[in-house]
Design a protein around this ligand. Structure first.
Ligand code: PEP
Ligand code: MG
Length: 323
């Protein structure tokens, strides 16, 4: 089977009826890029930058970050690289920030909420990204966006930093795509409004599922509620993809679900443009896609979205696509 997969390393990601999607990889450090290319990744759909901040005693400098971002962009050789801004808080702690203990860390002061408050940290990261932007195909993504106001504020800060760099004579790419992760139900519901202002969406199902089902993604006791195929989740995903396409934008997914063989036929049918997964899932996914007609998958959209349970969805997918 591995041999069969390997043949597809340099091939496009096509459905059986010739519809193309992008299969990208999630990475945590510049070292991961080698594995992305070796597995035929067409881009990086999620660069989790928080690893730059973890396992140390102080914040990384702008220069350290610049080097890491530049390295990833250069080694991806012009392929798209979506860099997500800092995700600290929730399950990811940084002892040196001395953040207060919270009752509900996943509902608390994390990610963009922290970035907008601790602006020095955020601005340093954005400067490093902007300076690196001329070394490849950078896209920037804000995360844990719950309101339009947060997106606008974060974007304004990015624009300020860009203007300051340009004024200083630093070269920056003027056309960096700016997107958001959709991890919070409010944003998935209002996707049509967001789609007018963002360049792209990347659906973060790991968090979107926990927030929609109110089931902590780390808690074994409620893991039965953590249901990727629950039609409520699928309707939110559908809403995001439709909103993107109606506004000429693209929609990707960087949660675990994007590489899941049960989810792939559904997501293809809903029109997802970019699937970002662990590098080792890319070739199996490319192989699977070759056996699925996108037109057929799309024809089941209404039927799947009107189901009542995750079990029904799974049974349906197995019946239609896995026989
Ligand atoms: C997600 O929430 O789906 C995601 C990709 O981010 P993380 O797993 O880093 O929270
Ligand atoms: Mg997340």
């Amino acid at each position: 089977q591995k041999k069969e997969w390997a043949k597809l390393v340099n091939e496009k990601s096509l459905s059986s009826d010739g519809q193309e999607v992008e299969l990208a990889a999630n990475i945590g450090t510049p070292k991961d890029v080698k594995g992305v290319l070796a597995n035929g990744g067409e881009g990086v759909g999620l660069y989790r930058t928080e690893f730059l901040y973890m396992g140390r005693t102080e914040l990384p400098t702008e220069e350290e970050q610049f080097k890491a971002y530049k390295e990833v962009l250069e080694s991806m050789e012009g392929k798209p690289v979506v860099v997500r801004t800092l995700d600290i808080g929730g399950d990811k702690e940084l002892p040196y920030l001395n953040l207060p203990k919270e009752m509900n860390p996943f509902l608390g002061f994390r990610a963009i909420r922290l970035c907008l408050e601790e602006q020095d940290i955020f601005r340093t990261q954005l400067r490093a990204l902007l300076r690196a932007s001329t070394y490849g195909n950078l896209k920037i993504m804000f995360l844990m966006i719950a309101t339009l106001a947060e997106f606008r504020e974060a974007k304004a800060i990015l624009e300020e930093e860009k203007a300051a760099l340009v004024k200083n004579g630093t070269e920056v790419n003027e056309n960096i795509e700016l997107g958001i992760m959709v991890e919070i139900p409010s944003t998935a519901v209002l996707a049509d409004i967001f789609a007018k202002e963002v360049d792209f969406f990347s659906i973060g199902t790991n968090d979107l599922i926990q927030y929609t089902m109110a089931a902590d993604r780390m808690n074994e006791q409620v893991s039965y509620l953590y249901q990727p195929y629950n039609p409520a989740i699928l309707r939110l995903i559908d809403n995001v993809i439709q909103a993107a396409h109606k506004n000429g934008k693209w929609a990707g997914m960087c949660g675990e679900m994007a590489g899941d063989p049960i989810a792939i036929p559904i997501l293809l049918g809903l029109g997802l443009d970019e699937f970002s997964m662990s590098a080792t899932s890319i070739l199996p996914a490319r192989t699977q896609l070759r056996g699925i007609s996108k037109e057929e998958a799309a024809s089941y959209r209404e039927e799947i979205l009107s189901m009542g349970t995750a079990e029904e969805v799974v049974e349906f997918v197995k019946e239609k696509f896995m026989k």
